[in-house]
Design a protein around this ligand. Structure first.
Ligand code: ZN
Ligand code: ZN
Length: 314
């Protein structure tokens, strides 16, 4: 399957062809293995609850944060547009796997419905996407950088021929610093994180660079004759916007690894359903006994009727 095109922003299942039910090659994993893994995962989540809220009645929290849903889980095999066949579970057997939101593997955010992560090592470069929502903020204090240039500075300097000490002096944070990390939603519907100044707030809007500095940056960019690249296009757009800080777009890793469902196959309940005992077939003896009883009753009624008619005769 061809990797996703940069220009093709995935937006959920609206324009996707409907996945169809079909027998998929291969076999489902043994049910016992899947159930055991589910129970082990549940145990780990409950252990984390015990460790975090050791003074609370954990059983109450289990029901809220880590309920045992094994009896409600229904198994599917699904085929994705990269060709991979995977297993999935939904709550109940009425909802198809492409009708529920799955989570990404990096930020544990919900993906647009119809998408699921299937990471391939040969994924394309992460495309730039506009930030549409600034969701939540946390602060991170970073220690001062070491005095010696780190390895990545040494290898970058080797390539460019710069003096690593000068290069590092320009980049290095001499003091511990606090930065704000924002969890943001992008135009593609995916979630990522970007940093911003601690005192910045989305209601302020991004800060712009002076016209003088913009002219200088534009001139520097024209001077270096790099090939067109997503980074260069991004810098050009940012210059057009007055070099906003924080930047109004960022790279989206999820866009390089999400796939769509193309087919699905039912596997069955994770825990077999209790089937109601079917009424067993009556035996010949039982039928004979019931027929004799019915015949005796019919004979009794016939006798009663005859007696009734005899009593009525003048
Ligand atoms: Zn795949
Ligand atoms: Zn994305």
């Amino acid at each position: 399957m061809a990797p996703q095109q940069d220009a093709d922003i995935p937006r959920g299942s609206v324009d996707a062809a409907q996945p169809r039910a079909r027998r998929l090659p291969g076999k489902a994993r043994p049910r016992d293995d899947v159930l055991r893994e589910y129970m082990e995962g549940l145990r780990r989540r409950r252990d984390a609850i015990d460790a975090r809220w050791s003074n609370t009645n954990s059983f109450v929290l289990y029901d809220i944060l880590a309920p045992d849903e094994s009896a409600e889980l229904y198994r599917w095999r699904v085929q994705l547009d990269c060709g991979c066949i995977k297993e999935a579970m939904t709550r109940g057997d009425n909802t198809l796997p492409h009708e529920v939101p799955w989570t990404d593997h990096v930020y544990y955010a919900q993906l647009p419905v119809g998408q699921v992560v299937c990471h391939h090592d040969d994924h394309p470069e992460s495309p730039y996407r506009k930030i549409t929502d600034w969701d939540t903020r946390s602060e991170h204090t970073l220690p001062a950088d070491p005095a010696e240039p780190p390895d990545w500075v040494m290898s970058a300097s080797e390539k460019t021929g710069n003096d690593p000490a000068d290069f590092w002096a320009a980049l290095r944070h001499n003091e511990p610093g606090t930065t704000a990390m924002w969890r943001v939603t992008l135009e593609c519907g995916h979630v990522t994180e970007v940093s911003a100044d601690v005192d910045w707030n989305p209601t302020d809007g991004p800060r712009r660079t002076s016209a003088q500095r913009l002219r200088e940056m534009r001139a520097e960019m024209e001077e270096d004759e790099d090939e067109p690249s997503p980074l260069r296009e991004h810098m050009r757009r940012m210059l057009d916007e007055g070099w906003p800080m924080p930047q109004t777009e960022t790279t989206c890793f999820a866009c390089t690894s999400v796939r769509r469902f193309v087919a699905y196959q039912r596997v069955g309940w994770l825990v077999p359903r209790q089937t109601k005992p079917r009424p067993s077939k009556p035996s010949r003896e039982s039928l004979t006994r019931r027929l004799s009883a019915a015949e005796a009753e019919a004979q009794r009624l016939r006798d009663q009727l005859a007696q009734h008619d005899a009593d009525q005769e003048p």
